[in-house]
Write a protein that binds this ligand. Sequence first.
Ligand code: RP5
Length: 153
Amino acid sequence: MPKVAIVVGSKSDLPVVERCTKILEEFEISYDVKVLSAHRTPFETQEFAVNADKYYDIIIAAAGKAAHLPGVIASYTLLPVIGLPIKSSTLDGLDSLLSIVQMPKGVPVATVAIDGAENAALLACHILSLKYTYLKEALADYREKMAEEVLNN
Ligand code: RP5
């Protein structure tokens, strides 16, 4: 069974992440949500990231402001990390986006849009479908439903 770790930098990020967990539930993918901060709980964040590949296939890391959490986690694991920039500041989330997407070469973080929680979950499904091939059919159905919704309106 595929398993996703969703890490948020603060409890205040949870409302956005709920849209992500909804999609994972639609695809019947199990997940854990953890609150870990790269600067407030650096040791716990490191411990999580170092051991993450024992329990998870992929990590979604959501953070706002100077959003170093996804990059820090990515530096400790070979699992793919999807960064979800949270619009949590006076800069409308542009700070979060740039902090996550502008990773220097060597340690990539796959970054989705500001508050792009649904796409973070869907991208995780696409990556997971390489290993758990039954997800391909579910993704194809999802796309088909989306197209129908557009055409029937
Ligand atoms: C980041 O700072 C979190 O990811 C959150 O988006 C932002 C604000 O955190 P709080 O001050 O609401 O805890 O670490």
